[in-house]
Design a protein around this ligand. Structure first.
Ligand code: HEC
Ligand code: HEC
Ligand code: HEC
Length: 172
């Protein structure tokens, strides 16, 4: 009886530990640099998302921060980092680098649990259950950041914006 309880307790503990997926960072998504997979990593690097952290060091950033009476550098201000980085304030692994801006996991979910399994087509359902997000034609995701909460910005047009950052897998 005692052992059974202990096993149960251990199982519950393991579950609670793995419950929160951790961010691993775009630099670990190297397979997606491959041409035959659609080189999403290379496409992403050409987008402004890859520069979203660095832009917080610009004169314009300082201007936005001053207007909101934010003291210190915008690149250290939680008010700015929440949209200009990935999973700000959430758990991450050592491989994660905040200065890489709005990375894959900002849109596809923290990858620690799905990363080891999502490369196999037969694991598709399992990967989704482990936190992989594939938000087809869903602008809600974009609008969590593309909204003028901290500063003015262009009206968000999903179709046009998606066209700029799209990174499809090549058709087989
Ligand atoms: C709610 C999400 C969000 C927050 C919070 C936020 N930003 Fe932004 N920021 C964006 C988005 C989205 C863009 C791209 C705007 C566009 O498409 O017009 C952007 C663009 C910028 C740019 C580039 C503007 C340009 O004209 O080139 C700067 C600089 C910037 N943000 C600084 C800041 C600073 C500084 C803070 C904190 C005071 C901050 N942002 C907070 C979402 C956010
Ligand atoms: C700004 C949000 C965003 C970022 C950043 C982003 N993606 Fe995506 N990605 C999407 C959306 C939305 C789709 C779904 C489009 C669709 O279903 O046609 C997608 C589709 C994909 C697909 C194709 C899925 C399929 O089944 O065809 C792959 C692979 C992918 N992303 C990998 C990556 C990788 C790797 C990175 C980082 C290097 C990345 N994405 C960065 C939003 C993003
Ligand atoms: C985690 C926050 C976040 C999410 C989610 C996000 N973006 Fe962005 N996006 C930004 C920030 C911040 C910038 C500005 C970066 C810069 O200026 O360096 C930006 C810039 C862009 C730009 C360049 C705008 C310009 O004027 O050059 C496009 C296009 C874009 N995002 C499309 C999308 C689309 C499409 C989605 C949803 C599939 C999306 N973004 C989701 C934060 C986000």
């Amino acid at each position: 009886m005692k052992t059974k309880l202990l096993v149960l307790f251990a199982a519950a503990f393991t579950l609670s530990v793995t419950a929160e997926n951790k961010f691993v960072g775009a630099n670990t998504c190297v397979c997606h640099g491959m041409e035959k997979l659609g080189k999403q990593l290379a496409v992403w690097k050409t987008t402004k998302h890859a520069d979203a952290f660095n832009v917080l060091k610009s004169d314009k950033a300082a201007e936005f921060a001053t207007a909101k009476e934010i003291k210190g550098s915008p690149s250290e201000a939680p008010e700015c980092l929440e949209c200009h980085t990935t999973g700000y304030g959430k758990e991450s692994e050592k491989t994660f680098k905040m200065d890489m801006g709005v990375q894959c996991e900002a849109c596809h979910g923290a990858a620690s649990a799905y990363k080891p399994i999502h490369n196999k087509p037969e694991n598709k359902e399992k990967a989704l259950a482990a936190g992989l997000i594939v938000a087809k034609d869903d602008e809600t995701l974009c609008k969590t950041c593309h909204t003028p909460k901290m500063h003015d910005m262009k009206e968000f047009d999903f179709k046009k914006s998606w066209d700029v950052i799209k990174h499809p897998r090549p058709k087989a």
